[in-house]
Design a protein around this ligand. Sequence first.
Ligand code: URA
Length: 221
Amino acid sequence: MVGGLVVVWKTLDEARIEASGCTRCRLAEGRTQVVWLDGNPESDLMFVGEAPGFNEDKLGKPFVGAAGKLLDQLLESIGLDRSGCVICNVIKCRPPANRNPEADEIATCSPYLRAQIEFIKPKVIVTLGNFATRFMLDRQLSITRVRGQIFKAFGAKIIPTLHPAAALHSGGVGSPQFALIRSDFDLIKAELAKDIPAPIPVRVPVPEVITESPLQQDPLF
Ligand code: URA
């Protein structure tokens, strides 16, 4: 059970298959394909964005456009790539002309994200922007007020940060918004490091030191 809602699928793949043909809301009419997730579902780290855009809808993967490139750069800055995290969105279909998702679309799509969290069980969930943060924390918060803090929900640590598109809109990597996201990524790295169990000390047998007197040595050695 996740967030009070029983997830009906037995596996993540069952949920993906159902989502791939979903017609539960109006967004099904305009989409090219459902955008499920990218990255490694075995990972402890999940990023949740808002909704697929033009490129994501065409390629069927989240964050493959300009915002995705920035996300990849941010991951690299903490020594990760997509194989070290899983990336998805609050809603799985592109809204027309990239408009904001409507409340009923988010509610209708929510079992899919809940299933992703239920089966992947990330330890750290990073919410990118207002929509993901409000969904995960179930409150009408402002991302600029809560970014860089750690919350607990869905059995995970939730770290809200600005959506990479916010940095792009204000000038990209040189912008103050980018600097804020970068500092939040340092927090993400630190939190992940806390969750990595300390290595089990291995007891290496100390070899016995045998000192031979020169007189005992084979003279032909
Ligand atoms: N913005 C998002 O929120 N998600 C994507 O997949 C791409 C851009």
